[in-house]
Design a protein. Structure first.
Length: 401
């Protein structure tokens, strides 16, 4: 009973003068509710050996994941985010060990060339790379804070590069290129906000472009090359890797303006889309809700991300700002990549749609990110902001030479 009262006080913002971010929390709950409705629709689609569906048990399991995630995010929001530093390092070491275990004990979809999942007693099946993103952001936030406040030494830069490269390398070895790119994107956004100069950005882009032939010949695996080729032209493998994108676009187009509520499961075009409950769930959004529904969905996503950016700009210190901006970058990449690949504007990867796709690990990770962001937001109204520093981490000065 006491715990319930404590959570209610947090939500009402009447404890210790802190203000619970009802706006952000409400946006996430709205998005999650929409996602659960979509998953419920998918559970009633045609179930065949080639296009398997999932039943009531999976729907109930997803609901449990959501409820546990909500409670967990509220618990995290009640903790001062400055206490996450040491647990962040512990989590980093733990996920690093788990990523190594995946190399020897993990499993995945051999058709797609990846090995991502691990099965442990009590916990069951989960994807360590998802949890590693949170630890990655927390650890790097400490380094970027030191750099921003001019207190970093040479060893801090070496450690930051090492802590960044290790998980990316291990995840790439697992064949999970999409998640590796997520880590790169998070680090790039955090570095850009920290104040990276344009000349370094242009130098990095030039180096990446120059390395493309080497990557194509010596680094990329055959299935990764095929993903890129089918992204450029899905007709190259219409019955194979191009099938998902083709069927996804057909399903989204069938929704037309206001969506299509099929009278029977066999009439649902999204039932013919592989991975329609995870990677390609946006195809269901398109057919069920139509153009108007998709537009509202995307507007809700944009609002959520902009709210997170606002919270980052109002954080009481740089550590909180970098944590929020890193977690926002993580979610932003997931949204952009998942929606992009569903409509043929991005290569196909195993990137789930945050708060929508089925999966316990991803749902737990996203609500963990939400809890941390809410914790930073709870502290933002305190009187003493960054001493001798600007209150805005995102300001024109980052572009100065």
């Amino acid at each position: 009973m006491a715990n319930s009262v404590f959570i209610i006080e947090k939500i009402k913002g009447i404890k210790d003068g802190k203000q619970f971010d009802v706006v952000l929390f409400g946006a996430v709950i709205s998005l999650t509710a929409m996602g659960f409705y979509i998953l419920y629709s998918v559970s009633h689609t045609l179930n065949t050996s080639s296009q398997p569906s999932f039943g009531a048990d999976s729907v109930r399991a997803q609901l449990i994941y959501i409820l546990v995630g909500i409670v967990w995010s509220l618990v995290l929001s009640s903790i001062d985010y400055r206490y996450f530093r040491i647990p962040g390092y512990v989590a980093y070491i733990g996920t690093f060990v788990l990523l190594i275990l995946v190399m020897f004990m993990g499993y995945g979809d051999t058709d797609w060339g990846s090995r991502r999942w691990l099965t442990l007693p009590i916990i069951g099946n989960f994807q360590p790379a998802e949890l590693a993103k949170i630890a990655f952001v927390i650890v790097n936030s400490s380094f970027f804070e030191r750099i921003k406040t001019n207190s970093a030494v040479r060893m801090d830069y070496i450690k930051m590069i090492s802590y960044t490269a290790l998980p990316i390398f291990l995840i790439w070895l697992q064949g999970d290129t999409g998640t590796s790119v997520v880590f790169f994107f998070i680090f790039f956004v955090m570095a850009f906000i920290c104040g990276i100069k344009y000349r370094f950005i242009f130098a990095g882009l030039a180096t990446a472009i120059a390395a493309l032939p080497v990557l194509w010949i010596y680094v990329l695996r055959p299935y990764q090359k095929m993903r890129i080729l089918t992204f450029l032209n899905p007709e190259l493998d219409r019955q194979g890797r191009g099938w998902q994108v083709i069927r996804s676009k057909i399903a989204i187009g069938a929704g037309q303006l206001y969506g299509r509520n099929a009278g029977s499961s066999t009439a649902s075009l999204f039932s013919q889309v592989p991975e329609r409950d995870t990677d390609f769930i946006f195809s269901v959004v398109g057919e069920k809700l139509g153009f108007v529904g998709c537009a509202l969905f995307i507007l809700l996503v944009v609002f959520l991300l902009l709210r997170c950016v606002y919270i980052s700009s109002k954080s009481r210190d740089y550590y909180g700002s970098f944590m929020v901006i890193g977690l926002t970058a993580m979610m932003a990449f997931h949204f952009i990549e998942n929606i992009g690949m569903s409509i043929g504007l991005a290569p196909v990867t195993g990137i789930p749609l945050p708060f929508v796709s089925r999966g316990g690990t991803a749902m737990f990770t996203n609500f963990t990110a939400l809890g941390i962001i809410l914790s930073v937001s709870m502290m933002r109204e305190k009187t003493h902001y960054r001493e001798n520093q600007s209150n805005r981490i995102i300001n024109p000065a980052i572009f100065d030479e």
